[in-house]
Design a protein around this ligand. Structure first.
Ligand SMILES: [Zn+2]
Ligand SMILES: [Zn+2]
Length: 426
């Protein structure tokens, strides 16, 4: 079956995360977005795992459903147009900070477990290494390879996927504290790595320039810190609804497949190009090289972004795709597109009202963005229909993100507003 799976989020117990990240509200937002399987995030946190045990019950093999009673309390708040089944899979993000090869490494990894028993086994081992009780995304002085070893020892079905692989400061290939290859990081355990998360600032076409990743499945997730951000990047599978169904598809084993990832335009990500946020300097990789990595304003080294880092590790030009690789599609959050049509901020009340009105009428957000025939929107919402069509065709203008500042994607042009204000004349 078709499964939309978002495999990287956080709970209300992670630093800088919304208090709304509760089992009920995640269940509700999965339906508003069109997600079938969502990771729980944060399973190492004792309070979160207790909350999960209280609210979830076993469903298909390795997956969990929200229990009837807590579900009933939010069901009224979900439009009929969006209602669908939601499953959870146990996952967590772990931040490993350690020294290797005379350099400090800071690498984030996603870890998944097929059951509470396995999750608790992992937690028990990690608790011996550091504090897992203060933050939903624990920071451990643990070598990535040792983490992988702990995970595999807990169960052969448990697994590790390097998170937002190119982010400068906290990623396996990050420019600041990462590695140049999977092998450098995981050594003889490298064959156990079957997927990486590309992160918001890169897309598969960039990653496929590195031949060392040919056997690796590229996945994309939201890394949501609030429920509204769920599925801003996500994965579309055609596989059995089970833990094994999902992970075998990523391992390219068995009949299931990852069909495609739904992705930000990579320029929208916070670290696409190089620069200094505090100096408001945005540099392309070639400009950075020309300036010997120094910021033209403060003369200190700039943050080297994802595009530059990919360029550095790439061993072939753009355009190569391994035969078995999944496709991808660029999307823009619906609220951003609505905001453009109103010329207001995506966080405004007006946008929120319109967003929920659209969901009521046309179903979940991903459905509106990807599948809804635009004829159904055109009469009532001509500018939005235009914006969505442009997004689908990739005809957007971009201002790339850098050094922690999101990029800006625009689907509409000034002239579009003149044209659609005119119809009253005819
Ligand atoms: Zn992270
Ligand atoms: Zn600067």
């Amino acid at each position: 079956m078709r499964i939309v799976a978002d495999l990287h989020i956080h709970s209300h117990l992670s630093r800088a995360c919304s208090r709304e990240l509760t089992p009920q509200s995640l269940y509700r937002w999965c339906q508003l977005k069109g997600i079938t399987v969502l990771t729980t995030g944060d399973f190492t946190h004792p309070k979160w795992i207790a909350e999960l045990k209280e609210h979830l019950e076993s469903a298909e093999d390795g997956l969990f459903a929200l229990k009837k009673e807590p579900a009933r309390r939010v069901d009224d708040n979900i439009p009929a147009s969006c209602r669908s089944q939601v499953r959870f899979v146990l996952g967590v993000e772990i931040s490993c900070i350690y020294k290797k090869g005379a350099r400090v490494r800071k690498v984030h990894h996603l870890v998944f477990a097929p059951s509470f028993e396995v999750a608790e086994k992992i937690n028990k081992a990690l608790e011996k290494i550091g504090n897992i009780r203060s933050d939903g995304r624990p920071i451990l002085g643990l070598d990535s390879k040792n983490l992988l070893d702990i995970v595999l020892n807990a169960s052969p079905e448990a697994c590790l996927i390097p998170a937002h692989a190119w982010t400068p400061h906290f990623a396996i290939f990050g420019s600041e504290s990462g590695f140049d290859s999977l092998e450098e990081c995981f050594e003889d355990l490298t064959p156990q790595i079957f997927a990486i998360e590309t992160g918001l600032s890169s897309d598969p076409s960039m990653n496929r320039r590195i031949s060392g990743l040919d056997r690796i499945t590229l996945i994309s997730n939201s890394d949501a810190h609030s429920p509204e951000k769920l599925a801003r990047e996500t994965n579309l599978f055609d596989t059995e609804l089970s833990y094994r169904g999902l992970f075998d598809a990523m391992k390219q084993k068995g009949p299931g497949r990852l069909l495609k990832t739904l992705e930000f335009f990579p320029e929208e990500g916070k670290y696409h190009v190089d620069g200094h946020r505090k100096c408001q300097t945005r540099l392309t990789p070639s400009e950075t090289i020309k300036r010997r990595n120094l910021c033209p304003v403060c003369q200190t080294p700039v943050t080297v972004g994802v595009l530059h880092r990919v360029e550095k590790l790439a061993d072939r030009p753009e355009g190569t795709t391994p035969r078995q690789a999944a496709g991808f599609e660029h999307i823009v959050p619906l609220k951003e597109l609505i905001a453009e049509t109103f010329r207001v901020k995506p966080g405004s009340v007006k946008v929120d009202r319109q967003y929920h009105r659209l969901l009521n009428n046309f179903g979940p957000e991903l459905n509106i963005l990807r599948e809804l025939p635009m004829e159904r929107l055109e009469t009532e919402f001509p500018l939005l229909a235009l914006a969505i069509s442009r997004m689908r065709q990739g005809k957007v203008s971009v201002q790339a993100g850098y050094d922690g500042e999101y990029g800006v994607i625009r689907a509409l042009k000034e002239s579009d507003f003149v044209k659609t204000e005119e119809p009253s004349l005819f």
